[in-house]
Design a protein around this ligand. Structure first.
Ligand SMILES: Cc1cc2nc3c(=O)[nH]c(=O)nc-3n(C[C@H](O)[C@H](O)[C@H](O)COP(=O)(O)OP(=O)(O)OC[C@H]3O[C@@H](n4cnc5c(N)ncnc54)[C@H](O)[C@@H]3O)c2cc1C
Length: 419
């Protein structure tokens, strides 16, 4: 496989791994094709269609058959993620010289949307891992990039993003975890809350205070598992996102080499926010995948379920609801792709568009999935049917990577201050 470019590598491995392009969601799915008006391949280049198909195939064959079990048994599917990494999905927008696929933000969104149709929770973790790998690739020096990125891109090692603390969530710049410099080490004390992958991952990208109050006193350190003084809280019990663990990450006199600092002292908050701009597109893309799958599940159910002597698809109220869901899905996809393009091009509207995409898409896609559950009636509430898992898994997208209220703050600040 050596010598092949990232796209060729993805396509070659994908065609070996996955023969059938189909979405397996639940026992009653009719596995019909995709209506052209909601087809996520519309408007893409041939190359994008190629790796999108690989991602859809991987979702259908390697993830969807297990998504209910991973949820119910709370399994972190390490080997499946490593298989995804073989396709180039461990460092999608990381540069190729350190093992990444070197793809664009739009390409990344296309891949995460497709993967999420097979398991939102697992894909969302992969998206956080990608964000961390990108932060090290972008803000790390050569030594740091070479030390961490290859193992992250292959998912030999897994990463976590550590910003939130028990006392600082939306007001992230008020974080208290301290890093006091002693010689060639920082001594970390404090704790992080709600850390995705926490305890099961190897590399922790930690925002901590090396200076005074506010964002300018924050630095970014990479803390490796096994460092004395690093420990973890209990695994949280969650509504969704059950295929990935969430734990507190605790630092007690944890000595981290100064050489593990990304960027300069005081740049950590900016690095964290730069990571989150892409993270917000990625999370919105995961919501899109869930909504896309749910629209198809709802359509299939309406076509087969009979009440009052005819299929539900003959009922105009439900027809109109389905049309609204499809319209919201396509509008959401357009906004995500526009935000991804803006970020890729470094446009001045990128930060606001990423926030708009996260706000609009995670809200609308939650409504789509919830409506799809409603269309299934009582069956939608049963764990045999995938639609309930899509609802549970994407609910948290309205809360994390900046709540949707915080997204409104960012967008309105831009509207009111930029002239
Ligand atoms: C499953 C899960 C995984 C997570 N993974 C990670 C992770 O990997 N890394 C990480 O760092 N964090 C992670 N988080 C944390 C997440 O980012 C925070 O929960 C989120 O930022 C909100 O912070 P909070 O929970 O403290 O809520 P708070 O900040 O206490 O907010 C509570 C409510 O008040 C609203 N609110 C707060 N301030 C305002 C305001 N000024 N105006 C209007 N409304 C306001 C909020 O929008 C929210 O609705 C995760 C959370 C969950 C649930």
């Amino acid at each position: 496989m050596a010598g092949l470019g990232p796209l060729a590598r993805i396509a070659r491995l994908g065609s070996n791994l996955c023969r059938n392009h189909r979405l397996i969601f639940n026992k009653s799915s009719q596995r019909r094709g995709i209506a052209s008006c909601i087809d996520p391949a519309q408007g893409l280049t041939d190359e994008q269609k190629e790796f999108q198909k690989v991602a859809f195939d991987f979702a259908a064959n390697e993830m969807a058959p297990h998504m209910a079990e991973w949820d119910q048994k709370e399994i972190f599917p390490v080997e499946t993620m490593r298989k995804a990494a073989q396709l180039g999905f461990g460092g999608i927008y990381v540069q190729p010289d350190v093992g990444g696929s070197g793809l664009s933000r739009l390409d990344t969104s296309i891949i995460f949307e497709a993967l999420s149709t097979g398991c939102v929770s697992t894909t969302a973790y992969i998206s956080i891992h990608n964000m961390c790998a990108w932060m090290i690739d972008t803000f790390g020096n050569d030594e740091q990039r070479e030390k961490f990125c290859p193992d992250l891109c292959s998912m030999e090692k897994f990463a976590s993003y550590c910003l939130t603390e028990p006392g600082s969530g939306s007001d992230a710049a008020s974080l208290l975890t301290s890093a006091q410099r002693k010689g060639d080490h920082y001594i970390l004390n404090g704790s992080k809350a709600f850390i995705s992958g926490g305890g099961d991952t190897d590399v922790y990208v930690v925002m901590c205070r090396t200076g005074g109050k506010g964002p300018k006193g924050i630095s970014c350190l990479v803390v490796e598992k096994g460092t004395p003084g690093l420990s973890f809280g209990k695994k949280e019990k969650k509504v969704g996102w059950n295929s990935q663990p969430t734990r507190a990450v605790i630092f007690e006199d944890c000595a981290v080499p100064v050489s593990n600092r990304l960027g300069e002292e005081g740049q950590g908050f900016g690095i964290a926010m730069r990571g989150l701009n892409g993270g917000r597109i990625n999370i919105a893309s995961c919501s899109l995948g869930a909504a896309h799958a749910s629209v198809q599940l709802a359509r299939d159910h309406l076509l087969v379920r009979k009440q009052f002597g005819e299929t539900l698809s003959n009922n105009q109220f439900l027809q109109f609801k389905l049309a609204e869901m499809a319209t919201k899905l396509v509008a959401s996809r357009l906004l995500v792709r526009e935000a991804a393009t803006a970020l890729q091009e470094g446009r001045p509207d990128a930060v606001s568009l990423c926030s708009m995409a996260k706000l609009f898409v995670t809200d609308e896609c939650f409504d789509i999935c919830n409506q799809a559950l409603q269309m299934h009636g009582g069956y939608g509430y049963l764990k045999d049917y995938a639609v309930q898992q899509f609802v549970r898994d994407i609910r948290v997208h309205q809360i994390l990577e900046g709540t949707n209220e915080v997204m409104r703050m960012i967008i309105s600040r831009n509207l009111l201050t930029e002239s």
